[in-house]
Design a protein around this ligand. Structure first.
Ligand code: ZN
Length: 427
């Protein structure tokens, strides 16, 4: 099972909890290589008549040393080994070593086995520490955890941990969720390489409760490189070529993972400069026509925030007001999308007094005179009445700036006098 499409998602979550100290830092990428088992802890093993005893502790050390040599040739990496010889470092020591060195990655290499003497079950699988374990994963966890009481310190550290206690589980979830996404990412890369480069059978990336990973404060994986009780796998992991191929696959995955970390950490989203307001206001001129429309007229195609300014007998309909270029452009696009193909942005100098003439408000126009008891005539006793081409026009007020006229218009609206139009009169 591989999951390349999930890398990005996992990684995004991962960078959220990366410390800011690590941003832009030039420090080497520290990888802890952990050869599983060792010394008196042989790990999984089987005897084959042609190649003799295949022991997990030897296979894991051979792979780790090959992997370490590759990483050490690359100056970007610092390699720390939990062991370089046939000895048994306690699980506590392995974890402490990684945490103390503030490692960026913890890679534990192992060899799988199933309970039967020989098995057709074969292939690789990579474990990350996590609470979503199923029964089969628990078997692996049990096998890898069994060595735990070889050491007194381990007993102290891990004995209090009871996987069936809810408190332990919650603590575990909190501890591990921090590195789970990144661990899944590197795990997926390792399995990907096994499949694509080495043509191995992958059993996927899985979550299990593994003590050697549990206390690690960094993305960590435990790689099962093959089944010791499967003849094909056992022969493969025992050969120089097989071990080299496995080491190269893990190496490739580490390099890809580091690239992903570098790309995401060193190239943060460029911060958008804060947009500065423009000197002038911009309104979108929708149309200029002798026809007078009220705000909900279909001719306005549903656009709101319309300002109508009458000039030389024509009504000019403007949409939106802004002094930000981005909003102006958006407003223009909205107007065009609504069907005003010839809409253009018009610049207005804010609070500009007219050099000649003034603004007034056209309160009403119609073929019939207003009745003396109408709201308009009662509210505005000074209203001016003109008649042109058989239409009566009622106007009121004189304002030097457009802003003043807009303000007066709002005040009238509050009094219940709506659908007034600002008229610009140049004399
Ligand atoms: Zn193991």
């Amino acid at each position: 099972m591989t999951r390349p499409t999930l890398y990005k998602k996992f990684f995004f979550l991962f960078i959220l909890f990366m410390g800011f100290n690590s941003l832009y830092s030039q420090k080497k990428f520290t990888v802890v290589l952990d050869a599983g088992h060792g010394g008196s802890d042989i790990g999984a093993n089987r005897y084959y008549s042609d190649i003799g005893s295949v022991q997990e502790k030897n296979v894991t050390l051979a792979i780790v040393l090959k992997l370490g040599r590759m990483l050490e040739k690359n100056k970007d990496y610092k390699v720390i080994y939990t062991r370089k010889i046939d000895e048994y470092p306690s699980l506590t020591y392995r974890t402490d070593l990684a945490n103390r060195n503030k490692a960026d990655l913890f890679i534990s290499v192992h060899v799988n086995s199933s309970p039967s003497t020989s098995s057709t079950t074969q292939g690789t699988e990579t474990f990350v520490q996590g609470p979503n374990q199923n029964k089969t994963n628990l078997e692996v966890a049990k096998a890898e955890n069994d060595v735990i009481f070889l050491d007194e310190k381990d007993k102290e550290n891990f004995a209090s941990y009871n996987p069936s206690s809810p408190e332990s589980l919650i603590a575990l979830k909190i501890q591990q969720s921090k590195y789970l996404e990144a661990s899944l990412t590197i795990g997926g890369m390792v399995e990907d390489n096994f499949v694509k480069k080495d043509k191995r059978m992958s059993r996927g990336v899985k979550q299990a409760n593994l003590h050697v990973l549990r206390m690690n404060a960094m993305p960590s994986v435990l790689i099962e490189t093959g089944f010791v009780n499967n003849a094909d796998d056992a022969h493969y992991i025992s050969t120089e070529e097989g071990q080299q191929a496995i080491a190269e696959s893990i190496y490739n995955a580490i390099v890809s993972y580091k690239k992903l970390v570098d790309r995401n950490v060193k190239e943060p989203e460029p911060e958008k400069p804060v947009e500065q307001p423009l000197k002038n206001d911009f309104r979108i001129l929708l149309m200029s026509t002798p026809a007078k429309y009220t705000e909900n007229d279909p001719a306005l195609k549903g656009l709101k925030y319309i300002l109508t300014i009458k000039e030389n007998g024509a009504y000019k309909y403007y949409y939106g007001t802004t002094n930000y270029a981005s909003i102006r452009d958006t407003n223009l696009k909205t107007a065009k999308d609504a069907g005003f193909r010839n809409a253009i942005a018009i610049s207005f100098v804010p609070n500009q007094s007219l050099a000649t003439g003034y603004y007034t408000l056209e309160i009403y126009s119609g073929k019939d005179k207003l009745e003396s008891k109408s709201l308009i005539l009662k509210s505005l006793p000074d209203i001016e009445r003109n008649k042109e081409n058989g239409v009566f026009y009622y106007t009121n007020g004189k304002y030097k700036t457009l802003e003043d006229a807009v303000k007066a218009q709002k005040e009238l609206e509050n009094k219940g006098i709506t659908n007034t139009v600002i008229e610009k009169r140049i004399k």
